[in-house]
Design a protein around this ligand. Structure first.
Ligand SMILES: Cc1cc2nc3c(=O)[nH]c(=O)nc-3n(C[C@H](O)[C@H](O)[C@H](O)COP(=O)(O)O)c2cc1C
Length: 172
């Protein structure tokens, strides 16, 4: 897809076809967009968990109490590695969240380019998610998204509801 068209048409998808898993080759192509994302000092302080096994999927879905996620055939969990992220000398700012957000954005756009739906989700229970995934403490879970094909007939709202350019930009 043309990049401008991709930016305009990508939407959060909240309805998934449970019977249509995403082929592994497509999933890998989408994840590759995360691997190639820029990060401060090229430290790549991230790890991605792609969950497709029914048992673990069930556990992860329980951490986000919304009915619509139940049909998703895959869930991607992105984690940050605080100690591996670049830190600014002057004030100790650590770029982990920024780096992971960039990778996640590239993943979401790459998915849309493949016709695969995503929805960045943060309103999960972080304590339950940590327990469900059982990973070491150096990995901070930062966001999840379902991955899957939108259910037939699913319509996203036409209006994107964004602020106007003049409200958010100052040309100085
Ligand atoms: C950091 C972040 C957290 C979000 N968390 C949630 C969430 O917990 N649940 C949800 O349904 N959507 C969530 N969203 C999706 C936003 O609601 C959505 O991106 C926004 O309304 C714009 O709609 P669009 O993605 O269709 O353009 C999140 C998006 C971002 C970037």
């Amino acid at each position: 897809m043309d990049y401008t068209e991709l930016i305009i048409t990508r939407r959060s998808i909240r309805s998934y076809d449970p019977d249509r898993p995403v082929p592994e080759a497509v999933l890998r192509k989408i994840l590759e967009a995360g691997r190639l994302a820029p990060s401060a000092h090229n430290n790549q302080p991230w790890k991605f968990y792609l969950v497709s096994s029914p048992l673990l999927l069930e556990k992860i879905k329980m951490c986000y109490k919304r009915e619509w996620i139940r049909d998703a055939p895959h869930i991607l969990i992105s984690a940050g590695l605080r100690r591996e992220a670049w830190t600014r000398d002057y004030d100790g700012y650590n770029s982990m969240e920024t780096d992971v957000a960039i990778a996640m954005t590239q993943i979401i756009l790459a998915a849309a380019n493949e016709g695969v739906g995503t929805c960045w989700v943060m309103a999960y229970n972080p304590f339950e998610l940590k327990e469900a995934l059982d990973i070491d403490d150096n990995h901070q879970l930062l966001a999840i998204t379902p991955l899957g094909y939108p259910k037939a007939g699913y319509q996203v709202p036409v209006e994107k509801g964004r602020k106007l350019l003049d409200e958010i930009v100052e040309f100085l």
